[in-house]
Design a protein around this ligand. Structure first.
Ligand code: TXA
Ligand code: MG
Length: 329
């Protein structure tokens, strides 16, 4: 055990050195892997956008070691934000607040707000504590594609574009954090994620709107995002098997995300994966399942949406995005 601990300490020290040097570190979080840079170093933050192929006006999340650091990074901490931070940090909740002077404008895409969160992962927290500052980190994937939930996914997708990869094992939650706009009196959910709407409402004591209007020009809200290479089509659960077989017969290489109720149904398709029964396991495995369809060179994935409560809201959101129209580039 001492050896393991020492290796980890060495790795954290190396990662801190890379960050201080303006480099990029891939770090595990409980949601997905992030591609991190010093949030106060504009040149380092700019490298994130290059590595991801992400448009520069799309804001990043600044990761902090603890809720007590929040006041350093935002202009003010409204009561609601304080309450949510207290209940859900460390954890898969991102708060959008009015930005403080410390965060580099490159990290916020020029917005007057900043997204902040404290991740619930021992390696991420050790890195953040040792580094001392904020780490700006989007998910460690190429822009628009599926987020990585293992260190191998990161290496496969970003290769040499990242200076150091901290391997913290597979991510526990598997979908990204819930983003809550907490700038106004009434918070709204900008992106469903690992903290459920029901959890938030229980703490707040009132119902929340899910702002799906896409008015804020930020990524993750483009119609196509979180998308595998294969084209994704969504159908009603009872149509998954027939639609998949029809497409397979017509010469497509079809991957099937089989709804739990049909888990024992034989399907004539290229690749078949039964959706895990629990939403927690489904969220954890969703991106790996989509990546596996790509690895098996499926050109079409047939799936259906889970009921949109609990983690089902985030899973359905990601599946809809994966099935959305692709940008023309
Ligand atoms: O779980 C997560 O949130 C992961 C891990 C690495 O922390 N990060 C992540 O980052 O998903 P990214 O960049 O892939 O998604 C961040 C989302 C984007 O959709 C971005 O538009 C939104 O956060 N965002 C960032 N700053 C914002 C702001 N000031 N106002 C509104 N949305 C913002
Ligand atoms: Mg992302």
């Amino acid at each position: 055990m001492v050896g393991v601990t020492k290796t980890r300490t060495d790795e954290i020290a190396k990662a801190v050195a890379v960050l201080r040097d303006g480099g990029l570190v891939a770090l595990p979080t409980e949601t997905v892997y992030g591609l991190g840079a010093d949030a106060e170093n504009p040149a380092a933050v700019a490298r994130i956008f290059t590595a991801k192929g992400r448009p520069p006006d799309h804001p990043l999340i600044v990761h902090l070691a603890g809720a007590e650091r929040l006041a350093d990074w935002v202009a003010e901490v409204p009561e609601t934000a304080r309450l949510l931070a207290e209940h859900f940090w460390p954890g898969p909740l991102t708060l959008v607040l009015r930005r403080g002077r410390r965060v580099s404008p490159e990290a916020t895409g020029g917005l007057e707000t900043v997204a902040v969160r404290v991740p619930d992962h021992p390696v991420a927290l050790a890195l953040l504590s040792a580094f001392g500052g904020g780490i700006a980190a989007p998910s460690a994937n190429r822009f628009g594609s599926v987020s990585p939930t293992t260190a191998d996914h990161v290496r496969a997708e970003l290769g040499d574009a990242v200076d150091f990869v901290l391997d913290g094992g597979p991510c526990d939650v598997g979908v990204e954090s819930t983003i809550v706009d907490a700038t106004g009196d009434v918070p709204s959910i900008l992106r469903p994620g690992g903290v459920t709407r029901e959890d938030l409402e229980a703490v707040l004591g009132y119902s929340l709107a899910v702002d799906a209007t896409g008015r804020v020009p930020v990524p993750g809200r483009h119609p196509s995002h979180y998308a595998p290479r294969a084209h994704v089509v969504l159908v009603d659960p009872e149509r998954v098997v027939p639609e998949a077989e029809l497409a397979q017969e017509s010469g497509r290489r079809v991957g099937v995300l089989l709804p739990t109720a049909y888990a024992d149904t034989p399907v004539k398709a290229h690749a078949v994966t039964a959706v895990p029964e629990s939403l927690i396991a489904y969220a954890r495995e969703l991106y790996a399942m989509l990546r596996e369809f790509d690895r098996l060179e499926c050109d079409l994935v047939v799936a259906s949406l889970p009921a949109e409560n609990g983690l089902g809201l985030a899973i359905a959101n990601r599946l809809r995005r994966a099935a959305g129209p692709r940008p023309a580039h």
